[in-house]
Design a binder for this molecule. Structure first.
Ligand SMILES: Cc1cc2nc3c(=O)[nH]c(=O)nc-3n(C[C@H](O)[C@H](O)[C@H](O)COP(=O)(O)OP(=O)(O)OC[C@H]3O[C@@H](n4cnc5c(N)ncnc54)[C@H](O)[C@@H]3O)c2cc1C
Length: 480
């Protein structure tokens, strides 16, 4: 039900109100700490921003959201000062609002569709979502979290990233018993092991997971499905009625250039896991082994969110010079625009149209630098982006103590190789129907990065929602 508009501003006037700026830590200060960069809207800023909404009859923001959040309705509730009501409205479609409010690429979804954005700046939907979720966090009572009557059906979810968590949340709300198996010792997938504290504090994820526990979701960590237990054992011996595989795409890719084996060359996955999950950023409270590169040169190779997270983490750990080496131009860079802006403000040196062709050694197995080449853009390749072409004679050497490879990831094969009859594509990702998330195995569904390859939090969540809906239909109807 849509709340009646309480906005006294005529539509034309709303267009004149500038988008409210998100308060943030000063760049020089934040480059030295792991505390969150964005500080969140105050109540006043949130209400001012909400008042900009044009309250469209057919809101494109909701159509463009992969989980269909009812943006207009929750924004109207903010206008009305009913922040808990706004949170409940978001939760109808999104079980992780404090997370999507922080890391979702809103510019490609809700804010990309916002009518306001066609003329002036789009409504700050992500900032408002974050405000509401944080408000809810401060005021909620976990004892009052609603629970659905049990259906007697039992579902196993493999992987606790955003896809698995979303499916778990939706299924438990339908009264099914949901058990999430996670290989690592902490729940959250990339949200905990990949995205650093300064963008997404671990406490936020823990609180969202606590909420899910209160809803009735069961979590079990340190279980590698395919090793500790197989999908067949879960279904045949442990009595699960359906399984949702959401194992992500966490296997690092390398460049295949000379010197990649040297000490000092990390995959972004390892680098960020050591910093985030193993708490290297809290040395000496946690004594996680990392090279001491304080004052030295560090470069990341790649131009996505992962690359920027790695290099901004290196800067915070004291790197002297911190470079991004990216083989295309900034226009093609896949990282979110806000992250590129923040990284630049912090002093990251972007070397675009540049790629290493060899890592250089001191002769004792340690990295001393990268031999790089400058690139120019040629014809579009299969991805539709213009292909980088090396410029002859442009080689130069960049002195480095650490290089972090962030050029993408692929599928971990453990579940696929231990589940007979589970169809995969030629790149090793699980084949699943785009609408139902069904796989080739009866009762087994899959979604998120393990189906699409590395994508985004909200797309993984969208797959989790679709899977939950079709698992529910399958369990209710009994037909496959
Ligand atoms: C550093 C980094 C930064 C990113 N930043 C952003 C961003 O700002 N915005 C955005 O939208 N997207 C971002 N992404 C992408 C986004 O995080 C992923 O697309 C998303 O997390 C995929 O969700 P998922 O649930 O499919 O898998 P994942 O988040 O990868 O979770 C999969 C989980 O399954 C577990 N698992 C794997 N195999 C097994 C097994 N055999 N048994 C049990 N558990 C298993 C893994 O340990 C993991 O916890 C980023 C990615 C990275 C790496």
């Amino acid at each position: 039900m849509t709340t009646k508009s309480l906005n006294p501003l005529p539509l034309k006037e709303r267009m004149k109100v500038p988008r409210q700026h998100m308060p943030e830590q000063a760049a020089q200060l934040r480059a030295t700490n792991f505390t969150e960069v964005n500080l969140g809207y105050s109540t006043e800023l949130a209400r001012q921003e909400a008042a900009r909404c044009l309250e469209c009859a057919k809101p494109a923001c909701t159509q463009d959201c992969p989980v269909g959040v009812k943006v207009k309705d929750f924004v109207q509730l903010i206008m009305a000062g009913d922040f808990l009501g706004a949170a409940a409205k978001i939760r109808e479609d999104n079980v992780l609002p404090a997370i999507t409010g922080r890391v979702c690429p809103q510019e490609d979804h809700c804010e990309g569709g916002c009518l306001m954005g066609k003329k002036v700046q789009s409504l700050g939907i992500g900032y408002l979502e974050r405000f509401v979720a944080d408000y809810e966090q401060r005021h909620m009572d976990l004892n009052k979290v609603p629970k659905a009557p049990p259906t007697g059906k039992k579902i196993a979810i493999v992987g606790s990233g955003p896809s698995g968590l979303t499916a778990a949340g939706d299924l438990v709300q339908r009264g099914h018993r949901v058990h999430v198996f996670e290989a690592l010792h902490e729940v959250g997938g990339v949200l905990v092991y990949g995205i650093p504290e300064f963008r997404l504090p671990k406490q936020i994820i823990r609180e969202q997971v606590d909420y899910m526990r209160a809803m009735g979701v069961e979590f079990e960590t340190d279980v590698v499905v395919g090793r500790t237990v197989t999908i067949d054992e879960l279904m045949e011996e442990e009595g699960y009625d359906a399984v949702f595989i959401a194992t992500g795409a966490g296997l690092p890719q390398f460049m295949g250039i000379p010197g990649e084996h040297l000490n000092g060359v990390y995959s972004a996955n390892e680098f960020l896991t050591r910093i985030n999950l193993m708490h290297a950023y809290e040395f000496p409270r946690y004594d996680e082994p990392m090279l001491d590169f304080a004052g030295k040169n560090v470069a990341v190779i790649g131009g996505g969110n992962t690359a920027l997270d790695a290099i901004r983490s290196a800067l915070r750990l004291g790197a002297g010079k911190a470079y991004v080496l990216y083989r295309r131009s900034e226009t093609e860079m896949p990282a979110r625009a806000e992250e590129v802006k923040h990284a630049r403000q912090e002093g990251i040196d972007f070397q675009v149209l540049t790629a290493p062709v060899e890592f250089l050694s001191d002769g004792n197995g340690w990295l001393t630098g990268a031999r790089c080449m400058r690139m120019e853009l040629g014809e579009p390749d299969a991805s539709g982006r213009r292909r980088p072409v090396p410029i002859a004679g442009s080689e130069f050497d960049l002195p480095l103590s650490v290089a972090v490879i962030a050029i993408g990831t692929s599928a971990n094969p453990i579940v696929q190789s231990t589940t007979p009859g589970l169809a995969t594509n030629k790149r090793g990702y699980i084949s699943a129907d785009e609408t139902t998330q069904r796989t080739s195995r009866k009762g087994v569904f899959a979604g998120g990065d393990i189906v699409t390859g590395s994508a985004t939090v909200i797309l993984a969540m969208g797959a989790g929602r679709r899977a939950a809906k079709s698992i529910d239909e399958y369990l209710t109807s009994g037909t496959w």
